[in-house]
Design a protein around this ligand. Sequence first.
Ligand code: MF3
Ligand code: CO
Ligand code: CO
Length: 277
Amino acid sequence: MRPRDRSQQTQNMFQKSPKQSTNITYKTPAEIEKMRVAGRLAAEVLDMIGLHVQEGVTTEELDLICHDYMVNIQKVIPAPLNYRGFPKSICTSVNHVVCHGIPGPKKLKKGDVLNVDITVIKDGYHGDTSRMFAVGTPPIGAQRVCRIAYECLYIGIEKVRPGLRLGDIGHAIQKHAEAQHCSVVREYCGHGIGRDFHEDPQVLHYGNPGEGVPLVPGMIFTIEPMINAGKRHVKLLPDGWTVVTKDHSVSAQWEHTVLVTETGYEILTLSPGTTTP
Ligand code: MF3
Ligand code: CO
Ligand code: CO
C-alpha cells in the first residue's frame, strides 16, 4: 500500500474541489497482457510460500525462499527490495502489524496470523497481491478479522465497473468492516499500478458513494483493505517501515491487482491457489 498523500485531499485556492488523480495511466491491450503475466507470477509466489508458513520458521527464512523463487525460477524482480530503501524482497506483517513488516529473525508461533505481500516486476510491469496465512489455529478474534478483511476485498472488487467511482469501492468496504465492529486503516491505501509500483489514483478503503475518480476501462489498480479488530489508529515503528495498530489489536489484509473492463472487472493476480468467496 502506499501512504496516503494528504496534499491530494487539500484544496488550494485555484481548485473548486479537492484535487483528484492527476496522472492515471490507461493501459493498452498489450500492456494489460503483460500485467496479467506479472499478476499471475506474484500470485504463484503466494501459492508456493503457503506451504512454508509453519511454526518455528522465521519471516527472514520466508523472505529468502521467496527471493530465490522469484529471481531464479520465475526470473522476476522482487519490487520491494531497495524500494525507497526497503531492505527485503517481501513484506511479512504478523498479528498486530498492519503492513510493511520487515522479514526478520523472529520465529512464527502457533496461533499467529500473517500477511505476506508479494510484488514482482516482469517485463517492466508490476503485479501486487497479498494474502493472510495462519500458523495452527489462531484465536477466534484473529480468524474473524482475517475473514472480514477477505470479504472486504471481494465486496470492493464487486464494485469495479465503468460508471461507478472509487468512492463506491471505499464505501462498500467501510460499510462491511464497520458493520462487523472492525475498523478501516486510513493512512494507507490501494494504488494504480503498471510500469510504476505506486501510480495514481489512490484507492481509499473508505469513502462516500458517487464520489472520487470515475472507473474507466483500462485502469489498473490494487484493492488492499487493512482491517483492524480494534480501533483504526496506527503507529509507525522507528524502523521507518513497520506499521502497527496503536491498540495492539490484530490487523488483516488481502490484496488483488484489478483491471477495469468494459463490463466490470478482471482480477489480474490469479493463480491455481487463489480462493474466491
Ligand atoms: N506491496 C505493498 C503494496 O501493496 C508495498 C510494499 S512497499 C515496500 O503496495 F517497500 F514495503 F515493499
Ligand atoms: Co499494493
Ligand atoms: Co502489496
